[in-house]
Design a protein around this ligand. Structure first.
Ligand SMILES: *Cc1c(COP(=O)(O)O)cnc(C)c1O
Length: 239
């Protein structure tokens, strides 16, 4: 068994165990394998073990893999910060965007989504700790952005996403995950039907599942450490 398939099996087992421990159905927790910085061959290896959803942070790098691996029936999640000049690439080649934080970007993605494709599935990223320099909207601004996104025909608003503070403080992390769930519930009480909480990474996905995560984004626990690769979320977003 290769390292990737062994890691993937171990992560799946941990996802199921965390779901069961929380009294949840394991099928209610999706696993996005974060393949940023890893070559298409690594993605193909995970795909051969039945992994279908993959997460990428960089538009050009991601699209290159999407193109190399067409035909495998994979689902591609764009999880990084998104600039205006990259929206077209993402709208044309990805299935999901997790880090939506600006109405202007949402409008571009909607307009650029090809007519032959299903709407782009999107999550609004929330900066729960109001951290300076961190992606995401303030909790107080979620409602306004949700209202704008819901009107865009090329997008389908599925839920909320967060990357909490880089900390080992499980109480703080649990509080943040709970806050994201509460924001989603508040929107649903207003008539939205948001089914997605994208939260939890290699270090904290079990806690996120205990707090209601429906999509966990796991990279290094599957593919190995990106220690020498530039620009990972941990280096850019979590420090
Ligand atoms: C890189 C990244 C992940 C995965 O991080 P790991 O710690 O390797 O599991 C998840 N979400 C986002 C937004 C990322 O950028």
């Amino acid at each position: 068994m290769t390292t990737i398939s062994a890691n993937l099996q171990a992560v799946r087992a941990r996802v199921s165990a965390a779901a069961h421990a929380a009294g949840r159905d394991a099928a209610a927790v999706g696993l996005v394998a974060v393949s940023k910085t890893w070559p298409a061959a690594a993605v193909a290896e995970a795909a051969a073990c039945g992994q279908r959803a993959f997460g990428e942070n960089y538009a050009q790098e991601g699209v290159q893999k999407v193109r190399e691996l067409t035909g495998l029936g994979l689902e591609w999640h764009f999880i990084g910060p998104l600039q205006s000049n990259k929206t077209q690439l993402v709208a044309e080649h990805f299935d999901w965007v997790h880090g939506l934080e600006r109405e202007k970007i949402a409008a571009r993605l909607s307009a650029q989504r090809p007519a032959g494709l299903a709407p782009l599935q999107v999550c609004i990223q929330v900066n729960l700790g109001l951290e300076a320099g961190k992606s995401g909207v303030a909790p107080a601004d979620v409602q306004a952005l949700a209202r704008a996104v819901a009107k865009l025909p090329g997008l389908r608003l599925r839920g909320l996403m967060c990357i909490p503070e880089a900390t080992d403080n499980t109480e703080l992390l649990a509080r943040r995950f709970g806050e994201l769930a509460a924001l989603r519930n508040a929107l649903n009480a207003e008539g939205y039907a948001l089914d997605t909480l994208s939260m939890g990474m290699s270090q904290d996905f079990e806690l996120a599942i205990a707090c209601g995560a429906t999509l966990v984004r796991v990279g290094s626990a599957i593919f190995g450490s990106r220690a020498r690769s530039p620009g990972s979320a941990r280096e850019k977003d979590r420090t």
